[in-house]
Design a protein around this ligand. Structure first.
Ligand SMILES: Cc1ncc(COP(=O)(O)O)c(C=O)c1O
Length: 381
């Protein structure tokens, strides 16, 4: 019998149905989803408008190819431009976050004629060849992906970055940064650090890439987490939340880049179905004011969590929250699931990651806070 290639340490639960911020397992148990399927669920599971948009589109045409006009792509670009406040940018559509980063780095290299990429400690940019080479965790970098084209600098260390640019600035094609590191444990980039990256990129002719795959799409309470620093990146990469579960990726490309035929390409990116999913997400986000809502709910959750004793730190922005525990979180996370029926994410050994849908309500938040503090109390006795 063929089996799955065993690369995921699985939680022993089979999720078979979902609605909003609730999911059900195969035995009918109901769970609160504070994980959003890893920051993917933005407008809630099975949102009626999302289901309708995808179903209707599938009934008409699901796929053709990028050799014909797909009107939905232009409509989507307009919506994303408006929602993100980057109306003069252009959109290129792919299928995942790694692919978005791969294309952003390629574009930076094409545009500058250079080959060095600056990435940061604890970064995560995906599993494909360039994206993984720019990822700090060496255990997931295969020998074939190793390259001295990627140089790592310490996250939030401005002096180190200035030294690096002083030594190698003329060779640097781009700097890629998560304004809030996800896999790295919900570490927020200082506004001054993001502004310094902008300044150094301008001074040395390099491209600033904001990897907004996890922290973007309104999750931080601004459309891009980079916006908090008042900094414009040259390229924004997106995935996860912009598709609410449909596999999509995108790059929002600034005005300094010139497109030429054949420069980038993909078979599936920007398909009718992908556009239907992304348009539905953009429509719901705009109409329901979900960027501001994520900010307000995040402030509430973070504020309440900070009142609890027994935590090492609560950090993040909006609905991208890291709760650092003073003990290893594996058992705590398992008990949240099995005893309290709550899904959360994790980073490293000590950090619980909250990445819920952007339209969670005060009731969801309070249900989480009650269960979380109850369980925490049992550890602090
Ligand atoms: C910041 C960041 N970049 C890139 C990726 C890769 O995205 P994907 O898994 O869609 O390739 C992730 C995924 O977790 C991510 O968090």
């Amino acid at each position: 019998m063929m089996k799955m290639f065993d690369v995921y340490p699985l939680q022993n639960v089979s999720v078979v149905r979902a609605e909003g911020s609730w999911v059900w397992d195969s035995e009918g148990n109901k769970y609160l989803d504070m994980y959003g399927g890893h920051a993917v669920i933005s407008i809630g599971h099975t949102h009626p408008e999302y289901v309708k948009a995808l179903t209707e589109q599938l009934g008409r045409i699901g796929f053709y190819s990028n050799s014909v006009v797909i009107e939905r792509q232009q409509r989507l670009a307009e919506k994303l431009g408006r929602l993100s406040g980057k109306e003069s940018n252009r959109l290129f559509l792919v299928n995942s976050g790694a692919e978005a980063n791969e294309n952003a780095i390629k574009l930076a290299s094409f545009a500058t004629g250079r080959r060095k990429v600056v990435a940061f400690s604890a970064s995560f940019h995906g599993r494909t060849s360039l994206a993984v080479a720019a990822t700090a965790n060496r255990s997931i970098v295969a020998p074939v992906n190793e390259t001295d084209n990627v140089v790592f600098s310490e996250f939030n260390d401005g002096a180190a970055l200035e030294r690096l640019f002083a030594e190698q600035g003329g060779e640097i094609a781009c700097v890629i940064i998560e304004a809030i590191q996800g896999v790295g444990g919900i570490k927020v980039a200082d506004a001054g650090f993001l502004r310094l990256i902008r300044t150094l990129c301008d001074r040395y002719g390099a491209v600033m890439i904001a990897d907004e795959v996890q922290c973007g799409c309104g999750r931080s309470g601004r459309y891009y987490a980079t916006d908090w620093a008042g900094v414009q990146a040259d390229i924004y990469t997106m995935a996860k939340g912009i598709g609410n579960g449909f596999p999509v990726g995108a790059i929002s490309v600034g005005s300094r880049f010139e497109a030429r035929y054949g420069m980038l390409g993909t078979t599936f990116g920007g398909s009718y179905l992908a556009c239907a999913a992304m348009e539905a997400v953009a429509d719901v986000m705009e109409r329901e004011g979900l960027v501001a809502h994520a900010g307000a709910m995040g402030d509430y959750l973070t504020g309440e969590l900070k009142k609890l004793s027994g935590l090492s730190e609560v950090r993040g922005r909006g609905l991208m929250i890291g709760i650092e525990l003073p003990f290893e979180m594996a058992e705590f996370k398992r008990r949240l699931l099995t005893e309290e029926h709550i899904f959360v994410g994790a980073a490293g050994k000590n950090v619980i990651r909250l990445l819920p849908a952007l339209n969670i309500t005060r009731e969801h938040a309070d249900r989480f806070l009650t269960s979380f503090s109850k369980l925490l109390t049992s550890y602090c006795r």
